[in-house]
Design a protein around this ligand. Structure first.
Ligand code: NCD
Length: 354
């Protein structure tokens, strides 16, 4: 069921346009391919605004509550920028220490309070299911910015948007995609949401490369196989990346481990660098990572010597994050068709970013 704060939209099936309006975005399970296409079409229309050719005031007066109770750089800032680019104002908490949650306040009370101050709330918290609990008490739509190791829907949408564009530029499609997911597949919420989204396409080949202790949960693998996709698990990086269209590298999610010592055991086990890429990958294999990459010497899962490789798509992913987040806001607040009404060309010098 699509969770929404609009009682008249409850119990709808599918995800037609009206279902976005006033809806929480908590899980990728809410999406079908039609809904994804709507997000991507809206994201495409945001390009002139994200690259500072045009400005719009469509959300003038609206307030985003950007509530991050767990560390974040790009998700927090890009949600904030996306809202600003639509003309709205952002209020944010960037540290749990500065929030009354540390005084014992419940998610219920926090949500009731914050939803009185905002038009939309984005929330991140380390507990799985916390954002859903928060959303059930919120009076305004809530977007899940990551709940523990569970889900990260906006990241998966921007990853899928990037995959579609990258493989499209190479004459391929998301159907029949060959993707290798590498690293901490157990705790990585970006991986969980992306795998779920990809099951909506046809005939995806998943290579899952991880230490056995950090393998992807059975519930995800069962969902992927039930959708008719091939799933192969392996501990052999070199042997498993040779036929992939996409390499999706991840960081050991050290903050999810019972002890730091245990997390340290898994760092540096799977490393991708230019020489491994040259030797084992097909030319033009796309390299992705949700970021942050752990560039410390004992980890370094994605080496800096790949920085000049044109197939490294990690900063195209982060740029696409702004487009996707603008699209989600526009659809939830029903302004996707009104962006141009208040739009004008920018009058300042704009560096070329794209
Ligand atoms: C990811 C996350 O927070 O789950 N980062 C992000 O939002 N881009 C991945 C990670 O932290 O490793």
């Amino acid at each position: 069921m699509i969770r929404t704060i609009r009682p008249d939209a409850l119990n709808r099936t599918g995800f037609s346009k009206i279902d976005f309006v006033g809806s929480h975005i908590l899980s990728v399970s809410q999406f079908d391919r039609h809904a994804i296409d709507q997000v991507f079409a809206a994201a495409d229309s945001m390009v002139p605004f994200a690259n500072r050719q045009r400005v719009t005031r469509v959300l003038e007066g609206a307030i985003l509550g950007n509530m991050f109770f767990e560390p974040s750089t790009r998700t927090r800032v890009s949600f904030g920028c996306a809202w600003n680019l639509l003309g709205g104002e952002v209020r944010e908490t960037a540290e749990i220490k500065t929030s009354a949650i540390t005084k014992g306040e419940s998610f219920y009370d926090t949500a009731r309070v914050l939803s009185g101050y905002s038009d939309v709330i984005v929330m991140r918290h380390k507990i799985e299911g916390s954002v859903e609990e928060f959303a059930s008490a919120s009076r305004v739509p809530v977007i899940n910015g990551g709940d523990g190791s569970n889900e990260h829907p906006s990241q998966a949408l921007l990853d899928l948007f990037t995959i579609r564009k990258e493989v499209g530029d190479r004459g391929k499609s998301v159907d029949n995609l060959r993707i290798a997911l590498i690293g901490d597949l157990r705790y990585g919420r970006a991986v969980h949401s992306l795998c779920r989204l990809l099951t909506l396409y046809n005939n995806v080949h998943f290579s899952l490369i991880s230490p056995p202790e950090l393998s992807l949960g059975d519930e995800y693998i069962e969902e992927m196989r039930a959708g008719g996709h091939e799933v192969v698990e392996s501990t052999d990086l070199h042997g498993s990346i040779s036929h992939a269209d996409i390499l999706y590298v991840t960081r050991t999610q050290e903050e999810r481990f019972p002890t730091q010592e245990e997390a340290e055991r898994y760092k540096g086990l799977f490393r991708l660098n230019q020489s491994i890429y040259t030797e084992y990958c097909e030319p033009n294999t796309v390299i992705m990572h949700p970021l942050p990459r752990d560039s410390r010497g004992n980890a370094n899962e994605l080496d800096n010597d790949l920085n000049e490789n044109p197939n490294l798509a990690i900063f195209r992913q982060t740029d696409n994050g702004v487009l996707i987040r603008m699209a989600l806001f526009a659809l939830i607040l029903d302004v996707a068709d009104k962006i141009e009404d208040t739009a004008r060309n920018v009058s300042w010098y704009t560096a070329k970013r794209f």
